[in-house]
Design a protein around this ligand. Structure first.
Ligand SMILES: [Zn+2]
Length: 164
């Protein structure tokens, strides 16, 4: 199953998304503003004009570099996109009314983002990881060590929902 480029652009526009492309890699991008704090961001995966899938997730308006936060919704076919896009928008809009659900339960300050295994190699279930899951240099009792800024995970929110 694939998603045709022309159909993709049409459905996204019909649902109010600003549709664009990136110059550095072949990809269709989509953006839909939800109030002052959040927007839905989408991007295609695979290669056009028959894309493998299209992902949707929330991005803070003031932190576009950091990528999608919380649950990622992935449409794997044109039928899925047509049937589920309205529901996906509603679900993500609901989530913006309780933004604390998108924060890391361990540090309480950073957002969580979806992590999934690569197409090859060891496989594991996708999960929501704290944005602080990156190695930083720290000084602990005078000794310099390297460890994650925060290794929190969120388990009460789905990490990845696929629509076949
Ligand atoms: Zn954290």
């Amino acid at each position: 199953m694939t998603i045709n480029d022309t159909m993709l652009n049409q459905v996204l526009a019909d649902h109010g998304f600003d549709v664009g492309t990136t110059t550095f890699m072949p990809m269709v991008t989509a953006s839909l503003r939800l109030g002052d704090e959040w927007r839905i961001q989408g991007h295609s995966k695979g290669s056009g004009p028959e894309w493998d899938s299209f992902d949707f997730g929330l991005v803070p308006v003031n932190d576009a570099r950091g990528g999608k936060k919380g649950t990622v919704h992935r449409c794997l076919s044109e039928a899925a996109l047509r049937s589920h896009l309205s529901g996906i928008i509603d679900s993500l809009r609901d989530l913006t009314s309780t933004p604390d659900k998108l924060r890391c339960p361990k540090c309480g300050v950073r957002w969580v983002h979806m992590k999934e295994p690569g197409a090859t190699g060891r496989q594991w279930p996708p999960f929501l990881s704290c944005d602080g899951m990156q190695i930083v240099r720290k000084s602990v009792e005078g000794t310099r060590i390297k460890e994650p800024a925060c290794d929190g995970t969120r388990r009460d929110l789905p990490a990845l929902i696929k629509y076949p």
